[in-house]
Design a protein. Structure first.
Length: 106
C-alpha cells in the first residue's frame, strides 16, 4: 500500500525538481539549436573542396564533436529527470485510485 507520506514526498520532489527538469530541457534544446549554428560556421570555415568534403570536415571538427558530447549529457540528464518525474506522477495517481477505491468500499 502506498502511504500518504510517500505521496507527499513524491509531490515535494516534483515541486522541488521541476526547475531542474526545465533547465535540463532548455539545455538540450539550446545545444540542439547551437549545433546547427556551429555546423554552419564550421562549414563556412572548412578548407576548399566539395560540399561533401566541407560537410565531413564540419561534422568531424573537434568543436562540433564537443557539442555532441554536451548534447549527450543534456539528453541523459533530461531523460533521467523526466523518468523520475513520471514515476512520482504514477505513484500519486496510484494512491488516488486506491483512495477512491477505498471510498467506494465504505
Amino acid at each position: 500500500m502506498i502511504e500518504l507520506d510517500s505521496v507527499e514526498r513524491a509531490n515535494d520532489w516534483m515541486r522541488d525538481n521541476s526547475i531542474h527538469l526545465a533547465q535540463a530541457k532548455a539545455d538540450r534544446i539550446y545545444i540542439e539549436r547551437y549545433l546547427k549554428s556551429k555546423h554552419g560556421a564550421l562549414f563556412l570555415s572548412a578548407p576548399e573542396g566539395s560540399i561533401a568534403s566541407k560537410e565531413a570536415w564540419a561534422y568531424q571538427h573537434s568543436d562540433y564533436l564537443e557539442l555532441l558530447d554536451g548534447l549527450k549529457a543534456a539528453v541523459e540528464k533530461e531523460t533521467e529527470l523526466q523518468h523520475k518525474y513520471t514515476a512520482a506522477e504514477v505513484k500519486i495517481a496510484i494512491w488516488r485510485t486506491l483512495q477512491a477505491n477505498q471510498r467506494g468500499l465504505v
